[in-house]
Design a protein around this ligand. Structure first.
Ligand SMILES: [Zn+2]
Length: 380
């Protein structure tokens, strides 16, 4: 067993209707003014207006910031921080998918420490407490509610920047499966696939430990058992509960174990072609699993068994990428990078960007830039 360190410091609340806890949580943080960070689709949900009403009724003044786009930019995080300061807010409540949660986590740094978001991308750049964030995911998901990372897009350089620090871990993660019910099926499939990729990459990562393995195994089994039913009917509270808890478990796993080549390769695709993160990951996972099969230490069979809910009589590592491909196809996810608008002539540039990712060194099979190019070509 390798040396490891493990921490999971934030408080996670799960319950159907858990958003009703928000006034109490804001109170625990001593906040009288809350800035709600969200996107335009989520802002229109009745549950968001009832959250605002409940906060106001509890004496918490609120303001809502809805200008958060998919793959949020440095400018968006800066604007959110400015709004927080202008309002004199004492807590940031991020309601939405990975985009508002990541934007809020990055903005929390600038809101408390000044400067601009771009200045905090270097490791160790965040040196103290930041504005408190309560994260309320409405997808299942990115796991951002339980991680110390925020991924922000530098539009000028067409690069995704990862801001990482234990200080940006949200103080509270509020998991309410009822919030998932209005998600379109394509978003349910893509975000569910992302959560599965988190669990799988964390599980086979070189930085995995028995602690993260336990989290990842449970995540694969919850997601594998529910992703089809959930995509078919987001109002199925049982399936939605399994997905939102599975997604958080996967987030806690990769928060410590990191990810791998799938995420290293998907971030440049999203940065250059504005592709949905979950869709890019779903397209890349089978190809990367084929590449990594050579390094398999027996974990492929475990993932396969947890994913399909039974142990096969005879197992070959190639059965796992095949099962994943079939699952994603049944969910209606895109099959190739071409469908996401990837221009093949840019593959060398994408590969160069992918190699900068901190996930490359923990991928189970040592990966060179030529390997990345081959995998992009294969996934086209
Ligand atoms: Zn992801």
């Amino acid at each position: 067993m390798r040396e490891f360190s493990f921490s999971a410091a934030n408080q996670v609340y799960f319950a159907p209707g858990a958003v009703s806890k928000l006034p109490e949580l804001a109170g625990k943080l001593g906040a009288r003014r809350a800035l709600i960070a969200t996107g335009p689709r989520v802002a229109a949900l009745p549950s968001v207006s009832s959250v605002i009403k409940a906060l106001e009724a509890a004496g918490v003044e609120t303001k809502i910031f809805t200008d958060i786009e998919a793959n949020p930019s440095l400018e968006t995080a800066d604007a959110l921080a400015q709004e927080y300061r202008d309002m004199g807010a004492q807590v940031m409540i991020a309601i939405g998918g990975g985009s508002p949660m990541d934007a809020a986590k990055a903005a929390a740094v600038v809101a408390s420490q000044g400067g601009r978001t771009a200045e905090f991308s270097a490791p160790g750049a965040i040196t103290g407490e930041v504005a408190p964030v309560i994260a309320v995911p409405t997808t299942a998901g990115t796991g951002s509610e339980v991680t110390s990372f925020a991924v922000i897009t530098d539009r000028q350089r067409e690069l995704k920047i990862s801001i990482s620090s234990p200080y940006i871990l949200p103080k509270y993660a509020v998991l309410d499966p009822e919030l998932l019910s209005t998600m379109p099926p394509s978003v349910a499939a893509a975000t569910g696939a992302d959560a599965l990729v988190h669990a799988v990459e964390a599980y086979i990562s070189l930085a995995a430990s028995p602690m993260t393995d336990a989290l990842a195994e449970k995540a694969v089994s919850l997601i594998g058992g529910s992703i089809k039913r959930f995509t078919a009917n987001r109002g199925d509270v049982q399936a939605a509960s399994n997905m939102i808890v599975g997604s958080a478990l996967a987030g806690m796993a990769f928060n410590q174990a990191k990810l791998g080549d799938v995420h290293a390769m998907s971030h440049p695709v999203s940065a250059h072609f504005d592709a949905a993160h979950g869709e890019a990951n779903a397209v890349l996972l089978p190809t990367v699993l084929e590449f990594n099969a050579l390094a398999d230490s027996g974990k492929y069979e475990k993932i396969y068994s947890l994913l399909i809910g039974r142990t096969p009589r005879k197992f070959e590592p190639s059965m796992l990428p095949e099962a994943v491909r079939k699952l994603f196809e049944s969910l209606g996810l895109p099959k190739g990078l071409g469908e996401l608008g990837v221009d093949p002539t840019l593959i060398p540039e994408l590969a160069k960007d992918a190699m900068l990712s901190g996930n490359i060194p923990v991928n189970p099979r040592t990966t060179a830039v030529e390997d990345i190019i081959k995998m992009y070509e294969k996934a086209l």
